[in-house]
Design a binder for this molecule. Structure first.
Ligand SMILES: Cc1cc2nc3c(=O)[nH]c(=O)nc-3n(C[C@H](O)[C@H](O)[C@H](O)COP(=O)(O)O)c2cc1C
Length: 368
């Protein structure tokens, strides 16, 4: 515990969240698809990457700030889109954006948020992107994007890896069902119920267009004046298609191992995506980021910033906006310390030379 009574690292936040949450709810957040091998591998990969610290560099003034697209953030971490924050705290996403804003960070709000996007935007102090899917009903898809723009979101995030939920065996074992308004929410879709595209909430799972191809992604980008970040990319081939579709950013992501198990992990393929994109879009990554050293490793492999998913829920569960703010501060302090101890005083100076050649499994890193 720290002085305020909060846990001292993100793993201990997870333990504290386990103690306060119902087992089914906790498992629904931390769990993944089938054998959860991608989740385990992600941590193994992060832990196996070795740092090469430099000495006697002036690190007396350290600047952790950077930009993501046009937004300045106080350190290179974003809050990943994740539905259902009211599952773990009654203030839900309103608490999330308050904590993120007070830490100087950007939140990507899920279309599955448990508070309406307009209410969340009104409560936010930091920059926001809105996360959507490619829908069968293009009128609803377009209207959601327009509402986000109207409400003040400065970017859209198009998630392309969620054509169906993964087989989440913890949920099956626990007979866990989200309660409407808590673990799952249709609140952002409620204006469309009864309309031609969406007669009833029960139709929502079928709303995602499983026939969508890259031309639909290009149409999504073209339908809005907001910059679009495509999330869920795990190959260089698809990263190239993101750029060709007009995306401004790419989130290398395995969806936290929640949809398809035994994929490559995002940290392993980050380097190949960065190489092929070659600066044509910003590249971010998520999955398993729990330590300041993880953030610095991802930056060294070329990520502009990282996103965190499950730690949002742990922070909220433990202490609402205050608990989440404490979680974010821990990450900030750990990034700062890692920079000091590796001889880096700015985010821009973190590069591949910080990593031991060959310590990213399967990825030969040539030193800069
Ligand atoms: C409970 C939960 C809900 C999520 N909901 C969404 C979502 O609505 N949209 C989305 O694009 N990703 C969603 N994700 C995936 C996250 O955006 C992110 O990719 C993942 O959590 C990152 O891994 P981490 O949890 O290990 O940090 C969700 C993740 C969790 C844990």
């Amino acid at each position: 515990m720290d002085k305020a009574g909060y846990p001292i690292n993100l793993f201990e936040f997870e333990d504290a969240a386990r103690r306060v949450l119902d087992k089914g709810d906790f498992d629904s957040v931390v769990g993944g698809a089938t054998d959860e091998l991608t989740i385990a591998r992600t941590r193994q990969v992060f832990d196996s990457i070795l740092l090469r610290p430099r000495r006697l560099v002036d690190v007396s003034h350290r600047d952790l700030s950077t930009t993501v697209l046009s937004s300045r953030v106080s350190f290179p971490v974003m809050l990943a889109p994740s539905g259902g924050h009211q599952l773990v705290h009654p203030d839900g996403e309103v608490a999330t954006v308050r904590a993120a804003g007070s830490a100087g960070l950007l939140t990507v709000l899920s279309v599955g948020s448990t508070r309406p996007m307009e209410e969340v935007a009104a409560a936010a102090k930091g920059p926001l992107w809105f996360q959507q899917h490619i829908l069968k009903d293009k009128a609803i898809q377009h209207d959601l994007a327009e509402r986000a723009k109207e409400a003040g979101f400065c970017g859209l995030c198009l998630t392309v890896d969620s054509l169906g939920f993964g087989k989440r065996e913890r949920d099956l074992r626990n007979s866990w069902r989200p309660i409407e308004g808590q673990g799952s929410s249709v609140i952002n879709y409620s204006p469309y119920f009864g309309g031609p595209g969406l007669k009833a909430p029960s139709q929502l799972p079928e709303l995602i267009d499983t026939s969508a191809t890259w031309s639909d992604a290009a149409d999504f980008v073209a339908q809005t004046t907001l910059p679009v970040v495509i999330k869920g990319i795990l190959t260089a081939e698809d990263a190239r298609l993101c750029v060709e579709s007009g995306a401004s950013g790419i989130v290398v992501s395995a969806h936290g191992g929640r949809n398809l198990d035994t994929t490559v992990t995002s940290i392993e393929v980050l380097g190949e995506v960065v190489d092929i994109v070659a600066g044509a879009a910003e590249v971010y990554m998520d999955g398993g980021v729990r330590r300041g050293t993880d953030v610095v490793k991802a930056l060294a492999l070329g990520a502009r910033a990282v996103l965190i998913g499950r730690p949002i829920f742990w922070g909220l569960a433990v202490g609402g906006a205050g608990g989440l703010r404490a979680t974010l501060e821990i990450l900030r302090d750990e990034i700062d310390l890692t920079m000091a101890l590796t001889g880096k005083s700015t985010i821009g100076s973190i590069d591949k030379s910080l990593l031991m050649v060959g310590s990213v499994p399967g990825v030969p890193i040539s030193r800069v």
